[in-house]
Design a protein around this ligand. Sequence first.
Ligand code: NAD
Length: 506
Amino acid sequence: MNAPHTFPPLAADLSAAAREFLARGHHQMLIGDQWVDSSNGARLDVLNPADESRLATVPAATSADVDRAVAAARAAFEAPSWARLRPDQRQRLLLRLADLMEANARTLAEIESLDNGKSAAVAEAVDVALSASYFRYMAGWVTKIEGSTLDVSIPFAPQNEFVGYTRKEPVGVVGAVVAWNFPLLLASWKLAPALATGCTVVLKPAEQTPLTALYLAQLVLEAGFPPGVVNVVTGDGPSVGAPLTRHPGVNKVTFTGSTEVGKLIGKAAMDNMTRVTLELGGKSPVIVLEDCDPGVAAAGASQAIYFNQGQVCCAGSRLYVHKKNYDRVVADLADHAKSLKIGHGLDASNQLGPLVSQEQMERVCGYIDIGRQQGAEVVAGGARAGERGYFVQPTVLAGIDQKARVVQEEIFGPVVVAMPYDDLDQVAAWANDTPYGLGASIWSNDLSRVHRLIPKIKSGTVWVNCHNMLDPALPFGGYKQSGYGKEMGRAALDAYLEQKSVLMMV
Ligand code: NAD
């Protein structure tokens, strides 16, 4: 266990609730109805990426803690207080949680900003707002989960009659493991459909950003969910995520993170035949057609890559511009990049915050160097920004081949690679030429070309004249190595339900 320590003074303009939460310093995790430390007392530091100070510590859970959390989730799943709730009662709990999230929106946003580095204003308008609306959207489904009745044609019992029907049942205990780029939102993408369907959950937030999950767990209890329906265990991937996703007591694993770890989790899930959903990495193209106004394209491309410091699974990290407007769009994009105000997320005038960690900053700067070594021209940015905090300049790379590593591999930072193209077939082939297939955007008002291009793009989402826009009703998930299964929309519900067939001889 780390020695007790003091935390740096918190910024003066924090809300009282955020200040009170953060002033606890040493946080506990939620198992059943108890806020607990880890079984061996070990702790993890949580850093503020804007100034590298220690913001908090959280328990470094052990596999024994994972066992306890899964047992608590199992007990809650079977307890009448949850299993026998009527759908309208479950719906009411989800709606109450959404209300509480909105009532605590500023607090959640400030904690998210300090923990992850992102803008608090954006976190409030996007992360918290989308999370609350997702709980509301899923609350709407709670009373509409239904099977069907079927006329069966059983030939070998002509003298009998049969009634056949299907029913949907909650899959059981869900193990949810999420990444650090949208901590609250990713947790909500798991919790909302799981709770809507009557499952119980053990959530493991990313070790870099566990704080809003702990705050959300408080709200879950305040909303009136029975203890054990939601459990939060904190810690790193190998010590906590791996035992949770391999646990034989878990019926469904839902994971958001890298493709590399997703493959490990998928293989482990197969051993237990655990249901699994994987939301993984991306290398999403932004495709600017010939007719698009260059200024509109540059502004759109800037938003597509620099939103959330480029730490977005579907970030527009490859920019393909028709050769006619290529120079102009790249020059305008570089001007955008250079004009962005860099700084910590509590100042609403800052447009680009720090990356989440030193490791991520070094990874992104390492990729910029790889780009340079492979011949890329650095049109904007290209280095760390400042000496304290994990800031990286918004970067534009150009003049590099489709097969270069910076074009093929996910960088997950504020780095876009620009390339000119000649015609639709060529750009469609290049757009599809990575292992990923999460998102893509097309910028054009030439409807005929846009409609010809959409079916050629192998990705789970195609945006037209926008990028990174999500809605609870629209399924989101990857083709190819970007994942398996969908978040959001009705499709997400099915991932938390088993379908039982009933055949009755009458
Ligand atoms: P990561 O895969 O390293 O970690 C994600 C989570 O998995 C963390 O909670 C981590 O502790 C845990 N983990 C790590 N090793 C594990 C293991 N062996 N077993 C079980 N759990 C383990 O990813 P990251 O670097 O934190 O996140 C960035 C990645 O997430 C990017 O690739 C990004 O594209 C992806 N992402 C995808 C989506 C989507 O919806 N498709 C959304 C956000 C982020």
